[in-house]
Unconditional design. Structure first.
Length: 122
């Protein structure tokens, strides 16, 4: 699954996400569309919407890992690279047994990341 986020400025979105290790796979200025890839296999699509009001943006995605250690490792890799026009919060234990953290980009697209605190039986 690849989330589709909105962007008021594709250049700014590219700069923000590429600071986290993403690369532009493709961009179509005519269509106002961009796809970014991360070496971990994460893909995010962006559609240009210059009229988007970030404070009203409800777009979000969840990236689930099989362990909390994997989720926390991604936080550790990204926390120092989130640009000032974004936001990231530290991992926390949830009431439902997950370790989760979250972030927002400059257009308030939200990404939550987590994994189970305890190994699950299969």
């Amino acid at each position: 699954m690849a989330p589709a986020f909105f962007s008021t400025d594709l250049d700014r979105s590219s700069k923000f996400w590429c600071a986290l290790g993403f690369d532009e796979r493709t961009r179509s200025e005519d269509d106002g569309y961009m796809i970014l890839d991360h070496p971990m296999g994460i893909v995010i699509h962006f559609g240009l919407d210059p009229d988007l009001v970030p404070s009203e943006n409800m777009t979000n995605a969840y990236l689930g890992f099989t362990t909390a250690d994997e989720a926390v490792a991604l936080y550790d890799a990204w926390v120092g690279h989130v640009l000032d026009d974004g936001f990231i919060h530290a991992p926390e234990m949830t009431p439902y047994g997950m370790i989760e953290w979250g972030m927002r980009d400059p257009d308030a697209n939200a990404l939550r990341v987590g994994g189970p605190a305890e190994p699950r039986d299969r």
